[in-house]
Ligand binder design. Structure first.
Ligand code: DAT
Ligand code: MG
Length: 151
């Protein structure tokens, strides 16, 4: 539904490479609504929870360490099927498999530096939004262009 929400984060490499503006721009122009945004230094505890499903992977420790190496831009975006569409906008996990036109397909080459995170399902989006944001950080506002985006 149009009330679908997803969690997106520009990773430390994306922040270092000045890609925050470009990424926000793509989501805004697609027609999604910005619900929350903050620059945060995530703790290892938060990141361990965020990537809990990957805890048995060989790259888990390096992933948590990398993600806590600098600030990330945490965001919540809302709109029709935004979880699924955001994953398409991101591209594949491995940038080598990501088509040009996707964020990873346009701006990176290695899986360990793939610049952006996006929730992989509605369920994980709900968990991740709850993990990264207090309810009062999620803004409720009327999008004046919604009638030009939805019919
Ligand atoms: P995604 O970020 O596309 O949801 P994921 O949840 O499977 O991918 O993995 C989370 C992150 O872990 C991913 O963005 C980069 C890192 N990662 C995944 N597979 C990896 C691998 N084979 N080697 C190194 N890092 C990997
Ligand atoms: Mg994932």
């Amino acid at each position: 539904s149009a009330n679908c929400r997803t969690f997106v984060a520009v990773k430390p490499d994306g922040v270092q490479r000045k890609m925050v503006g470009e990424i926000v721009r793509r989501f805004e122009r697609r027609g999604f609504k910005l619900v929350a945004l903050k620059l945060v230094q995530a703790s290892e505890d938060l990141l361990k929870e965020h990537y809990w499903d990957l805890r048995s992977k060989p790259f888990y420790r390096e992933l948590v360490s990398f993600m806590s190496s600098g600030p990330v831009v945490a965001m919540v975006w809302e709109g029709l099927d935004v979880v699924k569409t955001a994953r398409k906008m991101l591209g594949e996990t491995n940038p080598a498999d990501s088509l040009p036109g996707s964020i990873r397909g346009d701006y990176c080459v290695e899986v360990g530096r793939n610049v952006i995170h996006g929730s992989d399902s509605v369920e994980s989006a709900q968990k991740e939004i709850h993990l990264w944001f207090h309810p009062n950080e999620l803004q409720s506002w009327e999008n004046s262009s919604s009638r030009w985006i939805y019919n």
